[in-house]
Design a protein around this ligand. Structure first.
Ligand code: UGA
Length: 432
């Protein structure tokens, strides 16, 4: 099938490349010509394990092409995926849909035969209805079908999540379209993926509800971890004890810093906004947002206590600053709150991240990027393990400390407290 992916960000590029790898002809379109030029040269603008290899392979065998010509790409395709960003509106909490509507206008004036138009971008309930109205205005003979097909890809695991999804959700009010979509996804369905057909609005809401629920699960365990710290209980025991109940499940029950990334913070706010639009109070999700926003302050208070309330001139090293491992993404990383506050309190920050220097800290005084774990912890008073990269999972702290025993604050509970303490280090972690 001939597919067109509009937007070569995370969702569009990963999905486009994976669809090409399944044997479809895919054109990935972006208005950013420098991005398209780079992609044609095999340079992938985002860090995602395995993605470069798949781009190069499918570009070489001509199943994957790149273009800046949106109209032509739409005309030549049967299925159009809208994969542009839906960030939080400036000065608001709802999703900014301007890119979606702009693209819909161009699609409307480029429909030359029956086409399926799909939102893969995360869009609020009724966006599909709005797109349909825009298309109908431009194209009164209805020769299209508008579908919602949300993505559930995790950064860092996106290719695996695409190939082995827990479920494929197709929201369409039309039987013929459903058959075509099922056919498109048949290679994944035959490997065991569950295919669910719902109304378009339901598919839109499944995406927001899933992200809001996962954010709730994390926030729940983070709050229980706070209680564990006060009651001398190990949060890992709680996560295991709860997670073995099949109704609860063990995933996303790892306590840590505030959740971040480009999705959970944005989508939890947007669903509240949708709730308001339909006069429905989503109090639980509201509390989750508040609790998560407060979490970085809570962890900073802990840092203050760990350093006996003497942060001024203390050398603090962060290992990992991205919002999670296996990504170079800094969006809504809890470090963006913690590091500036620590420097205001007089701390001297050094950080090491496997994905390198971060421009986000370039204007903050006393924040320095160091290009190795070893050098970054030299002479530190406190080492904070912020991200759970494999690179940080078997550090020989004894060798690195060269006599001066820094304090370790392991925000991802990577190490065994007793083993690290036995080496003579003061060690703190989350909820234990
Ligand atoms: C999330 C969802 O997991 C994907 O299913 C979804 O497709 C995506 O958003 C999206 O809407 O596009 P992602 O933002 O890549 O994916 O990251 P996650 O792996 O979900 O992690 C989000 C945050 O939760 C991170 O800060 C992570 O460190 C934190 N987390 C996750 C925990 O603190 N504990 C956990 O047990 C799991």
């Amino acid at each position: 099938m001939k597919l067109c992916m509009i937007g070569t960000g995370y969702v569009g590029l990963v999905s486009g490349v994976c669809f090409a790898d399944l044997g479809n002809d895919v054109v990935c379109v972006d208005k950013d010509s420098s991005k398209i030029k780079s992609l044609k040269n095999g340079i992938v603008p985002i860090f995602e394990p395995g993605l470069s290899e798949l781009v190069i392979k499918n570009y070489r065998n001509k199943r994957l092409t790149f273009s800046t010509n949106l109209k032509e790409s739409i005309e030549n395709s049967d299925i159009i995926f809208i994969c542009v960003g839906t960030p939080t509106k400036k000065n608001g909490t709802s999703a900014d849909l301007s890119q979606i509507y702009n693209v819909a206008q161009t699609i409307g004036s480029s429909i030359n035969k029956f086409k399926i138009i799909i939102t893969k971008s995360t869009v609020p309930v009724t966006t599909g209805d709005d797109i349909e109205k825009i298309l109908l205005k431009k194209n009164s003979r209805k020769s299209f079908s508008v579908v919602s097909n949300p993505e559930f890809l995790r950064e860092g695991e996106a290719i695996r999540d695409f190939i082995f999804p827990d479920r494929i959700v197709i929201g369409s009010n039309d039987k013929k379209t459903n058959r075509i979509m099922k056919n498109l996804y048949s290679p994944l369905i035959s490997k065991g993926a569950q295919y669910i057909h719902t109304s378009r609005r339901a598919a839109e809401l499944i995406k927001y509800s899933s992200n809001a629920f996962l954010a709730t699960k994390i926030t729940f365990i983070n709050e229980i971890a706070n209680l564990c710290e006060k009651t001398d209980i190990n949060i890992e025991d709680i996560s295991i004890g709860m997670g073995l109940d099949k109704r609860i499940g063990s995933r996303f029950l790892r306590a840590g810093p505030a959740y971040g990334g480009s999705c959970f913070p944005k989508d939890t706010k947007a669903i509240i906004s949708t709730g308001k639009r339909f006069k429905t109070n989503l109090t639980l999700i509201n509390s989750v947002i508040k609790s998560n926003e407060n979490r970085s302050n809570l962890l900073l208070n802990r840092v203050n206590e760990i350093l006996n309330k003497k942060i001024k001139n203390k050398k603090i090293t962060f290992l990992g600053v991205t919002f999670k491992a296996n990504t170079d993404d800094m969006r809504d990383s809890s470090c963006l709150k913690m590091i500036p506050k620590l420097t205001k309190m007089g701390a001297i920050i050094r950080y090491y991240d496997p994905t390198g220097y971060k421009k986000e800290f370039s204007k903050i005084k006393n924040v320095l990027y160091i290009d190795s774990i070893k050098k970054s912890v030299e002479g530190a008073d406190l080492v904070i393990i912020h991200t759970e990269w494999n690179d940080f999972k078997s550090i020989n702290f004894k060798n690195l400390s060269k006599g001066k025993k820094f304090i370790i604050y392991d925000m991802r509970n990577i190490y065994s407290p007793s083993k690290i303490k036995a080496q003579g280090f003061k060690y703190f972690s989350i909820g234990r």
